[in-house]
Design a protein around this ligand. Structure first.
Ligand code: PXP
Length: 236
């Protein structure tokens, strides 16, 4: 299982004071030295965390891979086509949310998402869609020729009982299996942390996890290098 680090929270902290520090690009480079397999950023329409300059610097400087989370809208698709991340992960976006609150509904928004995938493919960018571990959504992702899915793990991470946690983990396991059967790559993320990864890492059909909050929060106390290495030790 690979591990990509989301550095949006570094940018959020920087933006809180309108300063230049802490710099998400420096964080990404340090995280690469500590062994992450990729860097994830979400260029939001309101530029709440990373901005276009961060994105372009990351594209220039990182040596692993860039996963750009984005809403399937024209302005951001244009930027993605120009910046050329290795992967574009399509996510739903609402202005008032604190963070992404759930997966895309591919079935309801099929025309918009299909057209975004087509435009990104034309620019030779692989595409992932952030969805719930729901078999109909996974089948729809394959139908509209997404290359990957990213399974939303928020329900698993926020489970209030062991039973709910187990049931959701099983739903994720079956969803990942179905995606693999359809030839899709399988990523997962949202709310994964140092505790819940100990069970999650057993899911053999998950190719990669995307983690932000838990690792950046831990980095404040132990440093980014240590926080990344601790997570890598759990995942592998
Ligand atoms: N994957 C997606 C699509 C996300 O939107 C986020 C949150 O930015 C993550 C993964 C990482 O979630 P967390 O910060 O809870 O680890």
């Amino acid at each position: 299982m690979r591990f990509s680090l989301n550095v949006d929270h570094i940018a959020t902290l920087r933006n809180a004071r309108g300063e230049v520090q802490p710099d998400p690009v420096t964080a990404a480079l340090l995280a690469e030295q500590s062994g992450v397999d990729g860097i994830v950023v979400h260029l939001r329409e309101d530029r709440r965390h990373v901005n276009e300059r961060d994105l372009r610097l990351l594209r220039e400087l990182i040596t692993t891979k860039l996963d750009m989370e984005m809403a399937p809208v024209e302005e951001i698709i244009k930027i993605a086509c120009d910046v050329q991340p290795e992967l574009a992960t399509l996510v739903p976006e609402k202005r008032q949310e604190l963070t992404t609150e759930g997966g895309l509904n591919i079935i309801d928004d099929i025309a918009q998402i299909k057209s975004a995938i087509k435009d990104l493919h034309k620019a030779n960018i692989e595409v992932s869609v952030f969805i719930e571990p729901d078999i109909d959504q996974i089948n729809a992702a394959a139908e509209i020729e997404s290359d990957f899915i990213e399974i939303h793990t928020g329900v698993y991470a926020n489970a209030e009982s062991e039973e709910e946690e187990f049931d959701e983990l099983e739903r994720i396991r079956l969803g990942a299996k179905q995606a693999k059967k359809l030839g899709l790559g399988v990523n997962a993320g949202h709310g994964l942390n140092y505790l819940n990864m100990k069970i999650f890492r057993e899911l053999s059909d998950i190719d990669e996890v995307s983690i932000g909050q838990a690792v950046i929060a831990r980095a404040l106390f132990v440093g980014l290098n240590e926080a990344v290495k601790e997570m890598i030790n759990i995942i592998r």
